[in-house]
Design a protein around this ligand. Structure first.
Ligand code: HPA
Length: 268
């Protein structure tokens, strides 16, 4: 399946060899507009991929150039709350590695677990807590694409984080740092869960990213992860979170994220 996915991707990319994968979170599509000479491949045109249909997620690859890099951008991801087999994410990331991807920039919209991370905050992900109960690496493995028991010590690559912090500093854009906790969703959390997640060590909560990061580490792809805080977690403010608020807030704060990622890819 991994080889099949890789050759299908290569065929659709017509000889273009991307080095950087960008995964766009909900409402964070602005970065796609920065890609020069974009070529689009709809997920629906690749029978190897499952269908995805969350509002705010387009479901397509955009290939092209940003700064010094050949980019493959995923506009729309395979959320586990859609009921996908998590293994599709391992297969995808292993296929990306086969076609030459070396680094992943994973973005997401997330809820805040702390009152000092307000909506609009950009958070560099330093580490994660997999609270989803799922794992993309489940299943038989012949260790052809990665280790059976990958270490997660440097899942969010320290050198990439340092470079990204320098980019933010130079750009004068505030960047907080923290731990991303993944809940499976699709419901937003209860106030009790938000309190518990904070005690567990999380700074932001969301329903994505962790499976992709685990699969990327497995496949040997370096990861940079950034959350856009779109709302306070349930119980931290008087209004309940909603998907509409997430999309609206991500659109605004996403502008800073777009500027930063673009600058980062121009400088590094
Ligand atoms: N919880 C979970 N996922 C989210 C949230 C949230 O509050 N906001 C954006 N994605």
């Amino acid at each position: 399946m991994i080889e099949k996915l890789a050759s299908s991707l290569q065929k659709h990319l017509n000889g273009f060899c991307p080095d950087t994968l960008i995964i766009l979170g909900s409402g964070l599509g602005g970065l796609a507009g920065e890609i020069e000479n974009p070529a689009i491949v709809n997920y629906a045109d690749m029978p190897e991929l499952p269908a995805t249909n969350v509002s705010g997620h387009k479901g397509r690859f955009i290939a092209g150039i940003i700064g010094r890099h050949k980019i493959l951008c995923m506009q729309g991801r395979f959320h586990l709350y859609e009921g996908h087999n998590p293994q599709i994410i391992k297969n995808l990331l292993a296929a990306f590695k086969l076609i030459g991807i070396k680094q992943l920039i994973a973005t997401n919209a997330a809820g805040s677990l702390r009152t000092d991370f307000e909506p609009g905050t950009l958070m560099l992900i330093e580490d994660h807590i997999n609270f989803s109960g799922k794992n993309p690496l489940l299943g038989m493995d012949d260790e052809k694409y990665g280790p059976r028991f990958p270490a997660m010590n440097n899942a969010y690559d320290a050198a990439l984080r340092k470079s990204f912090e320098q980019t933010a500093q130079k750009a004068g854009i505030e960047l907080k740092k923290g731990v991303y906790l993944m809940a499976l969703g699709p419901n937003f959390e209860t106030p009790a869960e938000i309190r518990a997640f904070r005690i567990l060590g999380g700074d932001a909560v969301g329903m994505s990213t962790v499976p992709e990061v685990i699969a990327a580490v497995y496949a040997g792809i370096k990861v940079l992860g950034i959350s856009v805080i779109t709302n306070f977690g349930a119980g931290l403010c008087s209004t309940p979170p909603s998907h509409e608020e997430t999309l609206a807030s991500a659109n605004v704060a996403g502008k800073n994220l777009t500027a930063l990622v673009k600058k980062f890819l121009e400088e590094n």
